[in-house]
Design a binder for this molecule. Structure first.
Ligand code: HGY
Ligand code: MN
Ligand code: MN
Length: 417
């Protein structure tokens, strides 16, 4: 039985970084970031690069009906120990969000292969489709379908923020696979990811043993008013959806302040129509991203927002409709895996703390079908979804070594467990 008390293998940091920087070239933006929105040509090109690395490692590569790519090193017996993440990015993405977890998974396999070490279970690395949800909501769409939380048909019919249909775009980029969803149940799933927040760096801790993912509530709010002349329309006669959107934005900020704790609220997207300087808009469409680790508080926040919208519509004589884009309850990870992450970090001499995840991750969907957990490493200044996203190489290498140790430890679990 392999104990993570005596790791014998270590990953190759240079190889890890080479792949991270090579993938970062795909969809690279002039300001040092990455723009590979899901199912765009850039996403396809990024997928092609990672699939070529999977094939170089001799993995069995399968593509499923929502474009999830699963590379399996078919060794040992029983269900595979799976790792992975995503390689789609937001428009202002960095080099590490998602990419790091997929590439570290390949590095774990290559490290074993080059050392001539054969694990007792197959090892799998997944690229889950559309984790960001930035183009096609909900986020974690691919892993949600993989885990049986959304039908393939419903996923294919999702219409993106640019009016494109998910299924059409998937076929267009050549990643509409045949493998059905829900996917095969892994023995366990462990995802390595940058924290995307400030906690580890502020605390001077290298590793996060992630305990849970907070609840996520996304809504699209459409406010209809009356377009009018900006110069001739008296203020008391206006039905101004831009103003109403502004009040709603302020209400969300104040709600988060009132709740405190883990409550966060974001208006990330705002479209005005006709979006012209001298026209009182006829319509505003905005998105609300509201999260909390506490499900009851998240529900309370949603009720307050709904009530506020009714009052706002009456006061401003506009109509307000809301559409739920995403609603995921908080997810708690597997205690055994959380302990393994903490123990592996300590054995490697790395400081570690238990912590929840503020961001959504594919691991929260895999947790619906098998014991799952996550490993975090620090994000410099807590920045992510920002081109300045950075994590020190030493931290990236440390995280990948812990992924190696935890995956091999999970491989040693009895076949019937
Ligand atoms: O929205 C999220 O938390 C993740 O980045 N998809
Ligand atoms: Mn991510
Ligand atoms: Mn992200």
């Amino acid at each position: 039985m392999r104990s993570i008390d005596s790791p014998t293998l270590s990953i190759n940091g240079d190889r890890l970084m080479q792949r991270i920087f090579a993938l970062a070239e795909v969809g690279a933006t002039s300001d040092g970031g990455c723009n590979r929105l899901a199912l765009t040509d850039a996403d396809r090109d990024g997928r092609d690069v990672v699939v070529s690395w999977m094939r170089d490692l001799g993995l069995d590569v399968s593509i499923d009906v929502v474009g999830n790519v699963i590379g399996v090193w078919q060794v040992g017996s029983g269900a595979p120990v799976m790792t992975g993440s995503h390689i789609d990015t937001v428009r202002t993405g960095g080099k590490y969000d998602g990419n790091y977890g997929v590439i570290a998974g390949l590095e774990v396999i290559e490290t074993c292969q080059r050392a001539g070490f054969v694990p007792s279970r197959p090892l799998a690395v997944a690229i889950f489709t559309d984790e960001e949800g930035a183009r096609f909501a909900p986020d974690m769409l691919g892993s949600l379908v993989y885990a049986g939380g959304l039908t393939t048909e419903a996923a294919h019919d999702v219409v993106g923020i640019d009016g494109a249909r998910f299924g059409d775009e998937l076929a267009r980029i050549g990643y509409l696979g045949a493998t059905p969803c829900p996917g095969a149940r892994p023995h366990a799933f462990i995802e390595l990811h940058i924290e995307q927040g400030p906690l580890l760096e502020v605390n001077g801790v290298r590793v996060g043993a992630v305990t849970s993912v907070q609840g996520i509530s996304w809504q699209e709010v459409t406010i209809h008013g009356q377009s009018n002349h900006a110069g001739t329309t008296p203020m008391n006669l206006r039905k101004d959806p831009a103003y109403a959107a502004g009040e709603l934005t302020v209400f969300l900020r104040n709600l988060a302040k009132r709740y405190g704790g883990d409550q966060v609220c974001t208006v990330g997207k705002l479209d005005l129509h006709p979006n012209l300087t001298n026209v009182v808009p006829s319509r505003a469409i905005l998105t609300l991203d509201v999260r909390n680790t506490d499900e009851l508080l998240l529900q309370k926040a949603e009720t307050e927002i709904a009530d506020f919208c009714v009052d706002l519509a009456e006061r401003e004589q506009v109509t307000i409709s809301r559409r739920v884009l995403v609603r995921f309850e908080p997810v708690v990870f597997d205690d055994r895996i959380i302990d393994m992450v903490a123990q592996a970090a300590r054995t490697r001499g790395d400081s570690v703390q238990r912590m929840p995840s503020g961001a959504g991750h594919d691991a929260q969907m895999l947790a619906r079908m098998c014991p799952s957990g996550m490993i975090f490493v620090p994000s410099h200044k807590g920045l992510s979804h920002n081109v300045a996203e950075h994590t020190d190489e030493a931290d990236l290498v440390a995280g990948a070594n812990i992924l190696l140790d935890v995956m091999l430890r999970l491989c040693d679990e009895p076949l019937d467990s």
